[in-house]
Design a protein around this ligand. Structure first.
Ligand code: DGJ
Length: 535
């Protein structure tokens, strides 16, 4: 089955031949736009929503790609996030191997899928496991950080100048190649490093690092963190107390990553981001209970000033619980930071939070590990179709893919609201001027809403005109109620249809049993255009 959604059209229109860039028309650069406190990722100069999936860590080798694309197609994803490995890219110092990148670019175009490339460089999950062998074999030059006991840890030192220079050189070569090989703009964004920081030690305790730790905190860090330099020295310990080590490490790592990002961006100014392992968003533990140095919520301002070439710091959300998940989304949805979820679980419990992220104008959502290189056992232990692990994400994307551009545009214009069911909350009211959209969960005919047995409900409502709405979702009811209590709602016209190439294609009018109790959304994609009036 060939997909017809918009990114397909974009990529088809611009040609498929990576080998012949000279014959391919250069398309506008993907970029981030901001309006009235909202962000959008602009692709071909219009808002775009990345319906993403991230491949497993070892899936970016050409031999593995045949196990990736069928999953992406099944998902109706429009964007694949996939690593570029430093160890593959620079097998010998200064010699770059573009074969993996070129294969990924060519095949992405053939499959009409956009890409987010993940630079597995100095840091991968806090370690330096993706450095090329020639670096691993020279730890005196490309050194690890030193723990409190004076021993090298399984984490690169952010003060290793030779590593920084090597990363800058390699990342620059990678971005230079992308600039030349991708006039089609198949690549929308690049992630710089992966979950940078350190597990275990809170920072580098080497003598050189210690000296900096005892030096005054830079003025821009003080300002960003809303701190006064306290006498006598205003060093990191004085200013940040128990969080001194993690703040210092965040500054050290962000400064390094920021230099790598700036070098790449100077060559090819694609949107760049860093992803973060999180700390508990509601009850954050003490330093040491989470990865130190990455853009965790407590140090986002430090990352912003130390790494200004990064457009986004983004949360990797491996959480199932509603309160925590929603809190993370709020923490990373900031005036100075577009919300983007580059990694999350692909489980049924988490699928609904795609709608919560949409409600905060996310520019993309991308569950991790969704390819066939590593198919997990079915959750309940029973035999299941090969696609079972893809299905929760596929349900969302099947619904949204045909109207991805409308959703992205309406969201950027501030006309869209979307929510997910939270345990114990059976109704939600979404205000739209003279109308409220009322979302309820676990309701049939005229019974009271009791919530779904598991909180799987999700709803999206967008105002198309003063009295016309787009309504969709799963496992919920949506109704409309005038804010004027003297008035009552009547449906003028409830149209079921589908979006094709940006145009709403009418299928039928729903009425009678299908509307008398409200508009019910179940497990199948259903898109309604609802015109309301009062009496
Ligand atoms: C988060 C990392 O960013 C991913 O690369 C991967 O290691 C997952 N954790 C866990 O599988």
């Amino acid at each position: 089955m060939r997909r017809t959604f918009v990114v397909g059209a974009v990529l088809t229109a611009c040609g498929l031949a990576v080998g012949l860039p000279a014959q391919v028309k250069e398309r506008p650069l993907p970029r981030l736009a901001q309006k009235d406190g909202r962000y959008a990722l602009m692709v071909d100069d219009a808002p775009f929503l990345m319906l993403g999936a991230q491949a497993n860590n070892s899936s970016a080798w050409p031999a593995m790609l045949p196990k990736v694309w069928p999953a992406i197609e099944y998902l109706h994803a429009n964007t694949l996030e996939i690593p570029i490995y430093w160890e593959q890219f620079e097998p010998r110092p200064g010699q770059f191997d573009y074969t993996a990148i070129d294969t990924i670019l060519t095949q992405a175009r053939e499959h009409r899928v956009a890409l987010v490339l993940l630079w597995f460089g100095t840091w991968k999950n806090g370690s330096q496991h993706y450095m090329p062998e020639w670096m691993k074999l020279d730890p005196a030059r490309y050194f690890h950080l030193i723990d409190k006991n004076g021993r090298p840890a399984d984490s690169p030192s952010p003060f290793a100048t030779a590593s920084l220079e090597a990363d800058i050189r390699a990342f620059s070569a990678f971005m230079r190649h992308l600039k030349a090989a991708d006039p089609q703009r198949t690549v929308l964004m690049v992630q710089v490093e992966n979950e940078p920081g350190t597990w275990g030690p809170l920072r580098d305790y080497s003598p050189g690092a210690q000296k900096l730790f005892e030096a005054p905190v830079p003025a821009d860090v003080l300002k960003a963190m809303n701190k006064q330099g306290s006498p006598p020295s205003a060093n990191w310990q004085d200013v940040f107390g128990p969080e001194a080590d993690v703040c210092f490490h965040a500054w050290s790592v962000a400064t390094y990553v920021g230099k790598v990002a700036a070098a790449g961006k100077a060559i090819y100014p694609l949107p760049l981001y860093a992803n973060s392992q999180l700390r508990d968003p509601i009850k954050p533990g003490a330093p040491g209970s989470y990865e130190s140095g990455g853009p965790t919520d407590n140090v986002i301002p430090i990352w912003k000033v130390a790494a200004p070439a990064l457009d986004i710091v983004a949360p990797d959300i491996y959480m199932n619980e509603g309160a925590e998940y929603l809190k993370v989304l709020e923490l990373y949805h900031r005036d100075d930071n577009p919300l983007f979820v580059p990694e999350t679980l692909g489980s049924a419990a988490v699928a609904r939070f795609f709608f919560s992220a949409l409600g905060l104008q996310t520019i993309g959502f991308s569950p991790f590990g969704l390819d066939y290189t590593h198919v997990r056992a079915p959750e309940a232990g029973a035999p299941a179709p090969r696609e079972a692990f893809l299905e929760p994400t596929a349900r969302n994307y099947r619904l949204v893919a045909p109207m991805m551009r409308e959703i992205a545009r309406l969201n950027f214009e501030g006309k869209l609201q979307a929510v997910a069911e939270e345990k114990g909350t059976v109704t939600r009211t979404l205000p739209f001027g003279p109308w409220n959209a009322i979302v309820s969960y676990g309701v049939s005919r005229n019974s009271r809403a009791v919530g779904n047995p598991e909180p799987t409900g999700r709803a999206l409502v967008a105002q198309l005109k003063d009295h016309q709405f787009l309504a969709t979702g799963f496992f919920c009811r949506i109704d409309f109620s005038p804010t004027d209590p003297a008035k009552r709602r009547q449906f003028l016209r409830v149209e079921e249809g589908t979006y094709e190439n940006g145009v709403f294609k009418f299928m039928r009018i729903l009425n009678g049993d299908q509307t008398d109790w409200g508009l019910d959304f179940g497990s199948e994609p259903l898109v309604l255009r609802v015109s309301v009036a009062t009496y």
